[in-house]
Design a protein around this ligand. Structure first.
Ligand code: SF4
Ligand code: SF4
Length: 81
């Protein structure tokens, strides 16, 4: 199951962390954003692929992910990189 991707322009605001009901997101310094700050990281063993984190991000820093064979409509208007 492809998981969402957190992009380098993540600001570390933490809104996606609050939106994830499966505590699969955390802010980490080991994988910093493009500014050397904390950014969101997905724990692959906890992520269910529900994609609730995509609309929670005000910066469109999360994209991708599919659920089964169906492309998620929430990600269809996002720029993929
Ligand atoms: S897809 Fe769902 S479970 Fe996975 S990180 Fe996003 S909100 Fe959490
Ligand atoms: S992915 Fe978006 S919502 Fe999550 S911490 Fe980064 S900027 Fe904030």
């Amino acid at each position: 199951m492809p998981l969402p991707t957190i992009h380098n322009h993540c600001t570390g605001c933490g809104r996606c962390v609050a939106a994830c009901l499966f505590t699969a997101l955390s802010l980490e310094t080991e994988q910093p954003n493009g500014f050397g700050q904390k950014r969101a990281v997905i724990a692959e063993d906890r992520c269910t692929g529900c994609l609730a984190c995509l609309p929670a991000c005000p910066y469109q820093a999360i994209s991708g992910g599919t659920y089964g064979d169906v492309e998620c409509c929430m990600g269809s208007n996002r720029t993929k990189s």
